[in-house]
Design a binder for this molecule. Structure first.
Ligand code: NAD
Length: 367
């Protein structure tokens, strides 16, 4: 750790920052292991051209809190491979395999997929070392994006808040920003409980129909690789219009920082379930809380993916994963909702306190 990086350190971590350079393959990577009190850290491998130790640390810390909140016997870590994720597959395989070899002896880090890496990359890692999550079904994985693990967890979180706040899910109007692995399954599981998908956005624009879409038909259409703005039904608007849609549940499931101080007051919703990581700036979240809009923070609401990965790592199956997601996210959302109301603090503050206390508690078991 360099002098500057020591500034990241606090009561939880980070425990290790490792820089990896392998001249033959030109692999350059950063690995941060934040906290391993509960067990070996789990966290994805992101492949991006630019990334810093600070960014890797922030992502690793988010995993520490997410894994602790989910009650997993795993700490938090994260790695960034500094490379173009769109490179030729053969070149990507060389880099991923080199990365796997480089971390072979760093046993307190279990890698998984993240932006720029997928289950096939995890299978290459599995071929080199014995610790990895997010594998293809053929080699014992539970394909979490295919089954919609994260979207399922978001729907569970929405159900809890709808019950606690007296707003039935049946008939609730839902708007989803980002209609990919997370967003479309969240819409599907909410529709199964009688909610109406009134708007969805992808990188082509926003599609709106106040009467509600046939979610299954929209998913099938999207699975053909077609853009939402060419769908034959509904009104087409620009990409930003999803923020203005009047709804009961708004789900950001695309990118970080989409809601900020300059656009937060355009949101007209009652509940927000954060599918993406850090989709709302902290100051904008405070504004929403003061307006009485209930935000379910990312590391509580979108933990379905990592819970599924942990069940896979411990040789569980798909139905065990879904059951664990339901139980864990339902319990945590209830607890955060209650703590936020009782202490009169934002749900994020309540959730951070809850997760930090859990990490500190397991730290007392360690030397
Ligand atoms: P994905 O690539 O499958 O889907 C992303 C979707 O967002 C696509 O439909 C894309 O067109 C759309 N999009 C991109 N930019 C947009 C914009 N500015 N406005 C509207 N739509 C836009 O990705 P995913 O796996 O669904 O992940 C979505 C987010 O959730 C990411 O931030 C990811 O880090 C986070 N996340 C994913 C998981 C998981 O299990 N996949 C778990 C936790 C968090």
């Amino acid at each position: 750790m360099s002098q500057r990086e020591l500034e990241f350190t606090d009561e939880l971590g980070p425990e290790k920052i490792v820089y990896i350079y392998e001249p033959r393959t030109t692999l350059r990577a950063i690995l941060v292991i934040d906290n391993v009190a509960a067990g070996p850290s789990i966290g994805g491998i992101r492949m991006v051209e630019d990334g810093s130790s600070e960014e890797t640390f922030r992502l690793a810390r988010a995993m520490t809190l997410k894994n602790a909140a989910a009650g997993l016997a795993h700490g938090g870590g994260k790695s960034i491979i500094l490379a173009d994720p769109k490179m030729a597959k053969a070149d990507k395989e060389v880099l991923i395999r080199a990365f796997a070899c480089a971390i072979a002896d760093i046993k307190d880090y279990i890698p998984g997929p993240d932006m720029g890496t997928n289950e096939e990359c995890m299978a290459w890692i599995r071929d080199e070392i014995d610790r990895v999550v997010g594998l293809p079904r053929e080699v014992g994985g539970i394909p979490l994006d295919e089954i919609g693990a994260t979207g399922f967890g978001l729907a569970v979180a929405c159900k809890v808040v709808s019950e606690e706040s007296g707003m039935p899910l049946k008939g609730a109007r839902v708007a989803v920003q980002g209609f990919g692995a997370v967003g479309k399954h969240a819409a599907r599981f909410l529709a199964e409980q009688g909610s109406l998908l009134v708007a969805a956005a992808d990188s082509s624009g926003t599609l709106i129909d106040g009467r509600g879409f046939d979610v299954q038909a929209l998913i099938e259409y999207k699975n053909q690789g077609k853009p939402l703005c060419e769908y034959p039904h509904g009104e087409k608007h620009d990409i930003d219009a999803i923020i203005d849609v009047e709804c009961d549940i708004w789900i950001p499931a695309a990118r970080p920082d989409v809601v900020r101080d300059d656009n937060v007051n355009r949101l007209k919703t009652r509940i927000i379930a954060e599918g993406a990581n850090i989709p709302i700036a902290p100051s904008a979240e405070e504004v929403l809380w003061k307006r009485g809009i209930h935000v379910i923070p990312d590391f509580i609401a979108n933990a379905g993916g990592v819970i599924c990965a942990a069940v896979e790592y411990h040789h569980g199956n798909q139905s065990m994963a879904m059951e664990t997601i339901k139980e864990t996210i339902s319990r945590n959302t209830k607890q955060v909702f209650k703590a936020s109301q009782e202490a009169n603090v934002s749900p994020r503050s309540a959730a951070i306190k809850l997760a930090t206390e859990r990490v500190k508690q397991v730290m007392t078991f360690r030397r």
